[in-house]
Design a protein around this ligand. Sequence first.
Ligand code: HEC
Ligand code: HEC
Ligand code: HEC
Ligand code: HEC
Length: 356
Amino acid sequence: MSFGLKVAGALTVVAGVFVASHFTHPPIISIQRGYRGVGDVVLYQAADLEHLRAANRAPAPEPAQDPAGQPASKVYQNVKVLGNVDANEFLRLMAAITNWVSPQQGCTYCHSQENLAYDTSYAKIVARRMLQMTEHINKDWQNHVGITGVTCYTCHRGLPVPTNVWFNAPAPAPHAVGGFAEANQGKNLVSKVAVDSSLPYDPLTTFLEQSNEIRVQSTQALPGADNVSIKGADWTYALMMSMSAGLGVNCNYCHNTRAFRDWDQSPPTRVSAWYGIRLVRDLNNNYLDPLKTVFPANRLGPLGDSPKVQCATCHKGVYKPLFGVSMVKDYPEIGANGPVDLSAPIGSVGDFTAKP
Ligand code: HEC
Ligand code: HEC
Ligand code: HEC
Ligand code: HEC
């Protein structure tokens, strides 16, 4: 074999290895998500879809219980938000919560070993607020979660600290070189939330805690009232990248890419996403942020803020959490019409430690 042929052969092998390891290979599975014939599909490589399905399977419901005929408030001493739930159903919910949030640690992740009524752990106080938050999502945010709803498992998946929580990010250090080029505006660094792009580093604080304007495209041909800068557009794109990654979809899941701005040409999923953004802001500002006085210091971010929610905290890389399977239908007490007291004070650690 001539030297030239050997080199060509070697190059072919290298190119083959590169293609096999870097490109998506068949079979590709397409899941229809919109009206037939409009190309509204999500594409998956078969093996990836299998992994996603395995990682996003809803656990079996706890066996049903006969009602005790008495509310939990009559049977137990320190029930603030679940007082109107039947006492047997209350215990069934406790068993479910343990599987959803702290299966390794068990009841004592939230409870004192001495007395279940004591409020000795921050986790129990947080869990009370989480019960109110879950009820609020299912009751007041049906324009996002529909009747599918959410349970603790949607976010927690068997872990006390859910995956994909985030904190306010400290401003990145200016470049060491100094001078005019120093002002990097938070760009030209690897932005983890914007899928390792060089887009701005913290679009989540900007848009999912604060309510800054996301819309950036001009609605008219000539310059005039629309004054959003290219820098502003970078922030919007960073958010859009994080949303796409959170749902495991492409931009065209919510946009017609020939006219990103135009709602008339966007699929209905964009409306769900619009509500999703407002839902996340509500949870972060009204539920998670106020808990910063309850969480121990090691749970807070570098700037002292609470851990927060984003799209991926519920969605986990799937267009609908758990591929749209509803778990809350088996736990109506935390569903849209559940009796959780949404306004009861949650108390604080040490409030209730008296011996009966
Ligand atoms: C993730 C936190 C968490 C876990 C885990 C948990 N609980 Fe609870 N439990 C709570 C909260 C919060 C309350 C108070 C509910 C309220 O105020 O309405 C409570 C209250 C109770 C009460 C009422 C006590 C009283 O007299 O006031 C009982 C009984 C109970 N839990 C049993 C259990 C059992 C049994 C387990 C384990 C199978 C368990 N819990 C696991 C959070 C938890
Ligand atoms: C929308 C997502 C979401 C839902 C739904 C949700 N949680 Fe949470 N939960 C969070 C986030 C975010 C945190 C903060 C993470 C941390 O503690 O570091 C958290 C924290 C907690 C903690 C404190 C864990 C620790 O050690 O810091 C407990 C306990 C808890 N949740 C219980 C529950 C229970 C019980 C439910 C259902 C009634 C529930 N959560 C529903 C998002 C959620
Ligand atoms: C899950 C749905 C969803 C995905 C995926 C998504 N977007 Fe968006 N996008 C929205 C929504 C909703 C808005 C409007 C937000 C608002 O007004 O509060 C928006 C707004 C925008 C805007 C501003 C439009 C205007 O009026 O100025 C641009 C540009 C944009 N998206 C680009 C993208 C790009 C690029 C991608 C892919 C990287 C993407 N989007 C992925 C839902 C989505
Ligand atoms: C509290 C949990 C939760 C959070 C946080 C959340 N979602 Fe959702 N989302 C859901 C649930 C549950 C559904 C399924 C609703 C249904 O079955 O009708 C859903 C459905 C959707 C859909 C419709 C999908 C379809 O195929 O019809 C879109 C789009 C979406 N979410 C976008 C977002 C975006 C974007 C964010 C972040 C800004 C977000 N969601 C945050 C729970 C959540």
